[in-house]
Design a protein around this ligand. Sequence first.
Ligand code: D5M
Ligand code: FE
Ligand code: ZN
Length: 470
Amino acid sequence: MLGDQEIVQRFLETNLQVHPDVVNYIRKQGDPALIDRIIAAIPESTVVVSTRHIPDFAPERDGTRFLTDPRVEVIRGSADSSAAANNFADFVHLFRDRYTRLGNLIRGRNPAMPIEALTRSSRYNQQECTVIGMVGDVRTTGSGNRLIDLEDPTGQLSVLFNKGKDVFAEAERLLPDEVIGVRGKLSQDGRLFFAEQIVRPDIPINHAPYTSPQPGKAVLVSDIHVGSDTFLEAEWNRFADWLQDSDVQYLLVAGDLVDGIGIYPGQEEELVIRDIYEQYDVLGGMLADLPSRLRIVLSPGNHDAVRAAEPQPAIPPDFTRKFPGNCLFVENPCLLAVQGVRVLMYHGRSIDDMIGLIPGASYAQPEQMMEGMLERRHLALTYGKRTSLAATRQDQLVIDPIPEVLHTGHVHTSGLTRYRGVLGVNAGAWQSQTAFQKQMNIHPTPARAVVLDFQTLEPQILDFTGPSAV
Ligand code: D5M
Ligand code: FE
Ligand code: ZN
């Protein structure tokens, strides 16, 4: 019978550290010759021996075991739920579904009139009322007011936001294709609606988030970008070391798992791994080196090997052959219940669009954009900008039900917020500033992870940029 110490010692003699899972495996096998076979087969650069170095070791890849784990439940966005992106005509259904669902959230608190009923006769002219519609074209008039087209299933209305009114500041933050209520009055000639107030679907003020009665912690990260020459390997390894001794049970990764290939012009020059399968294999090895007690949930981002249009399907099995069995692949976005706490994971491509459209928004404060998603109850509203939307018949980017946590990534800058009880987390990235980001004056805050305590919903930022930083 081999003892753990003896096993560890045998590896140390050849200058190798050994993962606890390997020690367990060897002890159970009770075969001392196995150690020699492992050492003989090990690649020269290896520092830590993990289960993938064991000849003939078959990792447990039984996804169903994980799915029946009562602690992580995929409420929406499981790998087998992939909504097909159908033909172009389905955009009509998509936008109608969006209007109905977001409109109902507004209507619950604000009785509203159909646009057609308002404009059909002169009866309502100059009477205060509310309409609910989707924002179309937004423009500034010659005199500096804002004019928008507002559309509902019955008709269309031109809505004017006077620059002298309080509502004007809100009107500057309108996003094309968002659904809003507008309180105001129709002009005397019935051609223009003068806005007094904007009502958004929003999170109710009295929203009380659920907390887990049992202890439990997750660590939230995103944007690992394996394969890029700016991937921060030493920092990741420090994080992996920290995980060994931590009491964290879940690792959630919100997209851009690898750097991918052909994502932007000239990317080849910035890749150290130019094969997409190899990028995922290396990541699989990195995750296999983490403690096997972790439940790892991975959703894709715009650098991953799935369609760019959102919702993005889960990473298919072709790419995940080297991933350990404790990994669960989900769509982007996806809604999890971890110990009953709802975590909405979304990579965050739409943050680029929001920053471009909202005056004063900046890459340094992604938390403001997370708040913007929550108040609009939608993850990616605007069609036709950088974020491409799939023509699914249902709008899967509506934020409903309300999660306890919104976990995003993409912008590579860390940000935390608490908006009406919902915690917003953007951890950052595991990639240092790229040439492109330098050009764009984007300053990433990489090598950070956010620990979330499910009993308190308190976040804690861990910084792995330096050896003693945590
Ligand atoms: O995006 C990381 C960050 O860099 C994100 O905030 C957008 C910005 N970025 C990256 N590529 C582009 C292009 N081509 N245009 C504008 N902004 C960009 P990531 O998804 O990791 O590449
Ligand atoms: Fe990224
Ligand atoms: Zn991204």
